[in-house]
Design a protein around this ligand. Structure first.
Ligand code: NAG
Ligand code: NAG
Ligand code: NAG
Length: 508
């Protein structure tokens, strides 16, 4: 199940009312020209009424019902590359809010289509998605060797989708969208960051969360916990117990017994303190050994060189390790098979520390520049007045929270007086890029146990259109509410009031 508590709800903004009924225009909608370097294969458009879409990403009930829209489906190709890039654009038949929304993908899918589009439509947006020409199989095997498809996936297709989506929106409503927004998480978060850096004019506001930037390191990084488990088998009963012990040890560092580690970098928990402890949930071998404690510590520290130097981030204390310890994270295994080893049969269970180090190095050397998405030059985006809004869960079980913090830190350095991205005298990063860390929240608000942010797009719209920058992000879930703090501030319990309530906390 995808996230239920990443909000795209509660729009109170005025909707553009349309004088003429739009339905008649749908069937004959056509595209006047295509993005440079592309040509149109075909286009169809159909009115669809009272549609229900299940498993939506951002609607807290998981279902969007009774939406009516003009459903445009088209395919583009690049020169004689032979690729077939699908783009879908959904245009509300009534209640268009005057805005365009580009939606992102997840894993090795460039777009999520209906579940993402339906959320946009429910908020009144005209919304678009693309598959980058790689389909929706979430498997890079068939396309890893295609230069065109890799380029499409890494950056080009979301840009072309944006051009096409805006053009069709303008044509359908006889009015250009007043504002354009990006909305995505994970792969969709990476795409949002790439848009901000490479195509800064595409979007006025970018809502991009738990971004899969640093892809060249992220992918092999996923396999570190699994490798540790190959070296020292770490039964679930034990890593769960060690994680629970880390939460108990560090819960009160923020003053409130809410069952969450407010700011994991403050948590200096060492699993060695548990050696010899019996874990009642284990059927046999109940005692935590020195080696097991060492493995857990190493998973949290992240990949290290033989002399113990960390070269990529690990998981934070309080993170559920059950996705990455017992079995290889599938997209990471695909990455090794299709991009690093050139061996579709490669099985992560044959990894050794030595092959791991060499796979990591290959990934960085071969793909850092293209897939890495590490470029943090947001100056063109800042100059055009763009706003970038990001949340990342401190208990993200797939993308290390510190990967995003490191990016944010680089942007901040660049905008310091005398930095590389300068307006003279520097610029306050908070004016255009805001990061919110979410205690106890898992990947894209899935699987965690802390309250996840709601109303992300609303907050961004307020910032872009009314200059009201979000100081906190409202979060709810798992019986708690919280106002997530603007990084680098962190949440502190006021010392009175229910710990479950946002009003009992402040940002320090
Ligand atoms: C449009 O082109 C794509 C790609 O070649 C194809 O899969 C699809 O069936 C075509 N659709 C129509 C309606 O012809
Ligand atoms: C989710 O979708 C349903 C059906 O369209 C709607 O009634 C409900 O208000 C939505 N929930 C939120 C939180 O937006
Ligand atoms: C990889 O090897 C392990 C251990 O032999 C096996 O359990 C697993 O099914 C294999 N994975 C695939 C995808 O074949």
């Amino acid at each position: 199940m995808l996230s239920k508590n990443v909000g795209l709800v509660g729009f109170t903004l005025a909707r553009v009312s349309l004088a003429a009924p739009q339905a008649t225009k749908c069937a004959s909608l056509s595209l006047d020209g295509t993005p440079p370097g592309t040509s149109l294969i075909n286009i169809t458009s159909t009115e669809r009424y009272h549609v229900t879409v299940e498993n939506t990403l951002f609607n807290s009930t998981g279902t969007v019902s009774d939406i009516s829209f003009c459903d445009v489906q088209l395919y583009l190709t690049h020169g004689d590359a032979g690729d077939e890039v699908r783009i879908a654009v959904w245009l509300p038949l009534e209640g268009w809010n005057g805005r365009f929304m580009g939606t992102g993908g997840g894993g090795f899918n460039a777009g999520l289509f209906d579940p993402a589009l339906a959320d946009g439509i429910q908020g009144g947006f005209a919304a678009a998605a693309t598959d980058a020409g790689v389909g929706l199989a979430n498997d890079p095997g068939p396309w890893a060797d295609s230069k065109q498809l890799v380029t499409n996936f890494v950056h080009l297709s979301v840009h072309e989708m944006t051009i096409v989506g805006k053009a069709l929106t303008a044509k359908f409503y006889d009015q250009k969208p007043a504002y354009s927004y990006w909305h995505g998480c994970s792969q969709g978060g990476r795409q949002g960051y790439v848009e901000a850096v490479q195509y800064p004019n595409d979007y006025d506001g970018i809502s991009a969360h738990a971004p899969a930037i640093n892809w060249d390191r992220l992918m092999p990084g996923f396999l570190w916990p699994y490798l540790k488990n190959l070296e020292t088998p770490l039964p679930a009963c034990k890593f769960i117990a060690m994680t629970a012990a880390s939460i108990s040890a560090c819960d009160l560092l923020d003053g409130g017994a809410d069952g969450l580690i407010g700011h994991p970098p403050d948590c200096k928990f060492d699993a060695q303190t548990l050696v010899g402890t019996e874990v009642q949930d284990c059927v046999s071998d109940k005692r935590i050994t020195k080696e097991e404690a060492k493995a857990w510590n190493s998973i949290l520290l992240g990949p290290q060189t033989p002399d113990g130097k960390r070269f990529w981030y690990g998981m934070e204390p309080g993170t559920d390790l059950s996705f990455v310890v017992p079995a290889p994270f599938q997209p990471a295994e695909s990455w090794l098979q299709d991009f690093i080893m050139d061996d579709p049969e490669f099985n992560s269970s044959s990894l050794t520390y030595k092959t791991y180090l060499s796979a990591f190095a290959t990934s960085v050397a071969k793909f850092g520049k293209t897939w890495g998405s590490t470029d943090a030059d947001l100056s063109p985006f800042q100059r055009r007045g763009g706003k970038l809004l990001t949340f990342h869960g401190w208990a993200d079980q797939s993308i290390p929270a510190k990967s995003t913090i490191e990016y944010w830190e680089r942007v901040r350095q660049a905008f310091r007086p005398g930095g590389t991205s300068v307006p003279p005298g520097g610029s306050n990063v908070d004016d255009f890029y805001r990061l919110f860390m979410a205690p106890g929240v898992g990947h894209c608000a899935n699987f965690g146990y802390g309250p996840g942010p709601l109303y992300l797009v609303d907050a961004l719209v307020q910032w872009v259109e009314h200059g009201k920058a979000p100081e906190t992000l409202f979060a709810a879930g798992f019986g708690q509410t919280r106002n997530l703090c603007l990084h680098p501030r962190k949440s502190k319990y006021k010392g009175r009031g229910k710990v479950e309530d946002a009003s009992s906390w402040t940002c320090v």
